[in-house]
Design a protein around this ligand. Structure first.
Ligand SMILES: [Zn+2]
Length: 341
C-alpha cells in the first residue's frame, strides 16, 4: 500500500516531497497576520515523525540556524519518516528580540495551553494542536538566557525513559543534565504523553555561537540516525562521550558590583575555587565568587555587572568528574579539528 501523505495545518505533503507552510497564529494589532513558519520533509519510507523546533524563547536564535542547516542536508533526500522543522516558535518574541510574548509570559511555561486562555496559553495551544501533537519524537533547541551562555548540553529525563535516554546519549555533547521538568514546558507536556523529548541548550541568547550551532546540527543528525531516519554515516567518527550530571547549582554574587570572571566555560573546578571577583568600580571592597561544589562550569554570565545574589557560574556535579572533564576536552578538540578541515 502506498504511504499516505502527511498533513499539517491543512496542507498535504506527498511522500518523497517537502513543503514550507505558514501556520497562522494570530494577527498583530495592526491586523498584519503572523505565522509560525514550518517546513515538513516527508520521506518516501515510513518512520518516526521528528519535531525539531527553535526559539520557543524568542531571543534564543542559535536553534534557528541549526534548523536552517538541518534543512540543507543532502541526506534528507533519503529520509525515512517525517521531519517537522520549526525554526521560530515564538514569532512574537523573535521579532521583538525578547524571550517573552507581548503579554510578558514565557511560552515555555504555557503548555498545554488553552484556546480561551492568555495570549501565551493560546499560542501554546495552537502550536501543540497543529504541530506538536503530530510528532513521535521531539528535539527542542535553546540557549542561555540573555547575557548568559551555556556549554553545549542536553537536558532530558534520564530515569525510566529508555527512548529519551538513548536520544540524549546519541546527541553527542559532553554534558547531560537530568533536569527537573518545568511546569508548563514543552518538555513536560511531551513527556506526559510519553513522547521522547530532549532539550539542547548551547550558547547565548541573541548570538550565533558556531561552537553551539555546529554540534547542534550534528546532534540532531545523530538522533535521526539512532531513530533510523537517516542512513548511518560511513565516515564514522568516534562516538562522542556524554556524562550525566547528578545535579547542578549556581555560584552567586556575594555583593553588588563589577565582576571579573576567572573560570571559563567548560572548566573543571573544585569546591572553594575562586571563579571570579566582584568589586566596586575602583576595585575596593572586593569579594570572591567561590565554587560551592566540585564540578564543571556549564553556564556563566557574560555581563560583568552583578547584583548581590546574581547567578554567575552554573556548576554541574558528576559522580565521575574525571570522565566529565575528558568528555569536555574531547568535545572541544573535536570541534577544533572539524573547524580546520
Ligand atoms: Zn530557552
Amino acid at each position: 500500500m502506498a504511504r499516505a501523505p502527511f498533513e499539517l495545518a491543512g496542507t498535504r505533503i506527498p511522500p518523497g516531497s517537502r513543503a514550507q507552510i505558514d501556520v497562522p497564529v494570530a494577527k498583530l494589532y495592526t491586523h498584519a497576520p503572523l505565522h509560525i513558519p514550518v517546513e515538513v520533509v516527508h520521506g518516501r519510507q515510513p518512520g518516526p515523525v521528528l519535531l525539531v523546533c527553535g526559539a520557543i524563547h524568542g531571543d534564543e536564535i542559535n536553534g534557528v540556524e541549526i534548523v536552517r542547516r538541518m534543512l540543507r542536508l543532502a541526506s534528507l533526500s533519503r529520509l525515512r519518516g517525517t521531519l517537522i522543522a520549526v525554526p521560530i516558535v515564538n514569532v512574537f518574541g523573535f521579532v521583538q528580540q525578547t524571550r517573552y510574548l507581548p503579554d510578558r509570559r514565557d511560552l515555555n511555561r504555557c503548555f498545554p495551553g488553552s484556546e480561551v486562555g492568555s495570549l501565551g496559553s493560546r499560542v501554546a495551544s495552537l502550536f501543540r494542536e497543529q504541530i506538536v501533537d503530530l510528532a513521535t519524537h521531539i528535539v527542542d533547541l535553546h540557549t542561555g538566557a540573555i547575557h548568559r551562555t551555556n556549554l553545549p548540553q542536553v537536558r532530558a529525563q534520564m530515569k525510566d525513559r529508555p527512548a529519551t535516554q538513548a536520544m540524549a546519549e546519541a546527541f553527542g555533547v559532553p554534558v547531560i543534565l537530568n533536569a527537573e521538568l518545568r511546569e508548563g514546558s514543552l518538555r513536560e507536556y511531551a513527556q506526559s504523553r510519553d513522547v521522547p523529548v530532549l532539550t539542547y541548550e548551547a550558547g547565548e541568547a541573541l548570538r550565533f555561537d558556531e561552537w553551539a550551532i555546529a554540534p547542534g546540527v550534528r546532534g540532531v543528525q545523530r538522533v535521526m540516525r539512532l531513530l533510523g531516519m537517516l542512513p548511518t554515516d560511513r565516515r564514522r567518527h568516534a562516538p562522542a562521550v556524554a556524562e550525566v550530571a547528578n545535579g547542578s547549582s549556581w555560584a552567586r554574587s556575594p555583593i553588588d558590583g563589577i565582576l571579573r570572571p576567572r573560570a571559563r566555560l567548560g572548566a573543571r573546578v573544585a569546591r572553594g575555587d575562586v571563579l571570579g571577583r566582584v568589586a566596586d568600580p575602583f576595585g575596593n571592597a572586593e569579594q570572591e565568587v567561590l565554587a560551592n561544589a566540585d564540578g564543571i562550569v556549564i553556564g556563566m554570565s557574560n555581563l560583568p555587572l552583578a547584583n548581590e545574589g546574581e547567578a554567575l557560574f552554573h556548576v554541574a556535579r558528576f559522580d565521575e568528574i574525571e570522565e566529565a572533564e575528558n568528555a569536555v576536552e574531547t568535545f572541544h578538540s573535536d570541534f577544533e579539528t572539524r573547524q580546520e578541515l
